[in-house]
Design a protein around this ligand. Structure first.
Ligand code: ASN
Length: 315
């Protein structure tokens, strides 16, 4: 937003000490997260940007995309990556059963989203996917990544926190788990904002009806998926799920959502052959997590080249 006086938005001035402190904290956090997963035997996969398959981001209660970036290359239509969910599912089925990716996503959010302080049109997810894992396995992985990186920042980068005037608490794991339906009954449709203001430590919220690839229990109708909500109004920082892996169910859900089956060809071929392994995973919004750690007012404050919806900078 033009009216927002954000730190480090003027790219013709040397960076402030404030912004440099944020970048040092980001490097420390990524180092801790990457090292933890490498120690645990994860494969580190590099990202894909242009692909015939990407996340439809639909249906999702938070959907706010005003345009999809589709281009033609070599006579084929490809999309800019909205999330590597399809690639993660394919990869853990083919060999590397535990993977992580620092994956840039392009999501052309509606410009009114500039004011939320939480949306960007380019951002990076810290993606994880694990074959045969269940919800709680993924909870434990991210709880460790979050608590260990916050501990590291407090212990090793106290000067940076002082520059930013940020007091940080180390959250108590395991984090509490709530059902979306119960929060909705209590707080209405803005449950996410409401609980984010009340909680002291991050909380998991499960059972959110959304994209076809998240697992829906045929008996109870419950969605085995989850978001992690941060305190102090920072809101959702992780979303993930146990995944669908059965061909008939995937086809039924793609049709239900009005999506093109041809965009998910490899996923469906593997599922038809019984080769698509069940898995669970999630993605953490790196800029949102760093904004929380550093106390930034807008996620764009942690980006060297801010990508605020509606504002395209000169570089
Ligand atoms: N990264 C998310 C997941 O793993 C998907 C998303 O970004 N929409 O479920």
């Amino acid at each position: 937003m033009r009216g927002l006086m954000l730190e480090g938005l003027d790219l013709r001035k040397p960076m402030s000490g404030h912004k440099l402190a944020i970048l040092r904290i980001q490097a420390g956090v990524l180092k801790v997260m990457v090292n933890k997963l490498l120690e645990r035997g994860f494969y580190w996969i590099l990202p894909v940007i242009l692909s015939k398959s990407t996340d439809p981001l639909w249906p999702d209660p938070d959907f706010s995309i005003e345009k999809r970036i589709e281009v033609e290359i070599y006579g084929e239509k490809v999309s800019a990556m909205q999330s590597m969910i399809v690639h993660k599912r394919v990869l853990v089925s083919l060999g590397p059963e535990k993977i992580f990716i620092l994956s840039p996503n392009i999501r052309i959010e509606r410009r009114d989203r500039a004011a939320t302080g939480r949306h960007l049109y380019e951002f990076t997810q810290f993606e994880v996917e694990v074959a045969y894992a269940k919800m709680h396995d993924i909870f434990r992985i991210y709880e460790e990544l979050i608590t260990e990186s916050i501990k590291y920042v407090k212990e090793s980068l106290p000067h940076e926190l002082e520059i930013l005037g940020r007091e940080l608490r180390i959250p108590q794991a395991p984090f509490k788990v709530y059902k979306r339906i119960e929060l909705e009954e209590k707080y209405g449709s803005s449950w996410q904002d409401e609980i984010s203001k009340i909680i002291k430590d991050p909380v998991w919220v499960t059972g959110i009806p959304r994209q076809f690839y998240d697992y829906e229990d045929p008996e109870t109708g419950e969605w085995r998926n989850y978001d992690l909500i941060l305190p102090e109004g920072y809101g959702e920082v992780i979303s993930g799920a146990e995944r669908e892996y059965e061909y008939e169910k995937l086809v039924m859900k793609l049709e239900r959502d009005g999506l093109e089956k041809s965009s998910y060809k490899i996923l469906l071929d593997l599922a038809r052959e019984g080769l698509l392994k069940p898995s669970a995973g999630a993605g953490l919004g790196i800029e949102r997590f760093i904004a929380y750690i550093t106390g930034a007012r807008h996620v764009a404050e942690v980006q060297p080249f801010p990508r605020i919806p509606g504002i395209v900078p000169d570089v």
